[in-house]
Design a protein around this ligand. Structure first.
Ligand SMILES: Nc1ncnc2c1ncn2[C@@H]1O[C@H](COP(=O)(O)OP(=O)(O)O)[C@@H](O)[C@H]1O
Ligand SMILES: [Mg+2]
Length: 264
């Protein structure tokens, strides 16, 4: 089993979209995939078509802070809840109230390790993919520290370029709590090859990063597909099978497997 957190503290860089779509492709290929939504906005949960009432007990909350039944201070039994099943994947959904974790975890000794420990008690998966919120708060720290490897979505524009140094610095910081943590792959997202700005940003990113980790081929910007797929509650490869968007996602999933090498 490999635990991958898709991390970039910036919002709107396609973390959630890429987890949803790569997770689907891996599951379709017969891999057992668990998705964990760590963003109080719950985009991953909603975009997979789950819009009924989520109870806090179904989220990461009990795995991180315990439930009413768990004795205070006894973290030995903190476990992830029974996941929802969606489009061939399992999902631990999010709820607005997981934002409470940001504050409460601060009073837990070594609290930042709680998700890492809970995820390691999980059995039966090949991939656990974790979707953090767009911030550098405790939810993101929990999510990244839980990972074996980090996947960094980067849009091929100014925002992508500006975020790189902070992402690298933060992964180094989080490594203090998660020895061996490193970046497996930079995934280039929202690429608009028609604009010179995007073509130049793409080339700068590729020139700047090669020694750190593998870089994926770009996922093209396709606003209509992405917003329609969200409304339908479907991953892109399910919403538009055989499309160019679908092919690009499959290519990135393949590149991710290659970047993971021995983990496969
Ligand atoms: N390849 C793409 N083409 C067009 N829009 C995209 C693409 N990838 C993501 N988006 C859109 O960009 C926005 C941000 O993506 P999202 O996955 O929510 O990023 P994050 O999780 O990093 O905040 C969403 O509205 C999404 O639909
Ligand atoms: Mg997101």
């Amino acid at each position: 089993m490999v635990v991958l957190t898709f991390f970039n503290h910036a919002g709107g860089v396609a973390k959630t979209s890429t987890i949803r779509d790569v997770g689907f492709v891996l599951a379709e290929a017969g891999r057992r995939v668990l998705l964990i939504d760590m963003d109080p906005q719950a985009n991953l949960t909603k975009w997979l078509g789950i819009d009924d009432d989520i109870d806090l007990s179904e989220t990461v909350y009990p795995a991180v802070l315990g439930s009413a039944e768990t004795a205070d201070g006894d973290d030995a039994e903190l476990r992830l809840p029974e996941p929802r099943s969606v489009h061939g994947m399992d999902l631990v959904p999010a709820h607005l109230n997981i934002a409470i974790i940001e504050r409460e975890i601060l009073s837990v000794f070594m609290g930042v390790l709680r998700l890492r420990e809970a995820v390691r008690r999980v059995e039966g998966y090949d991939f656990v993919l974790i979707d953090p919120p767009p911030s550098l708060g405790q939810l993101s720290a929990l999510a990244v520290v839980a990972a074996d490897r980090v996947v960094v979505p980067l849009p091929t524009n100014r925002k992508g370029l500006d975020g790189i140094q902070t992402v690298i610095k933060m992964v180094r910081e989080y490594r203090k709590a998660a020895p061996g943590l490193d970046i497996a792959l930079f995934v280039l997202t929202q690429h608009d090859r028609r604009t010179r700005h995007d073509r130049e940003s793409h080339d700068i990113i590729v020139a700047q990063l090669p020694s750190l980790a593998a870089i994926s081929s770009p996922l093209s910007s396709r606003p209509a597909y992405y917003s329609d797929a969200q409304v339908q509650g479907m991953p892109i490869p399910l919403y538009a099978p055989g499309s160019e968007a679908d092919k690009e996602i499959r290519q990135v999933a393949k590149e991710l497997l290659a970047a993971l090498g021995g983990w496969r």
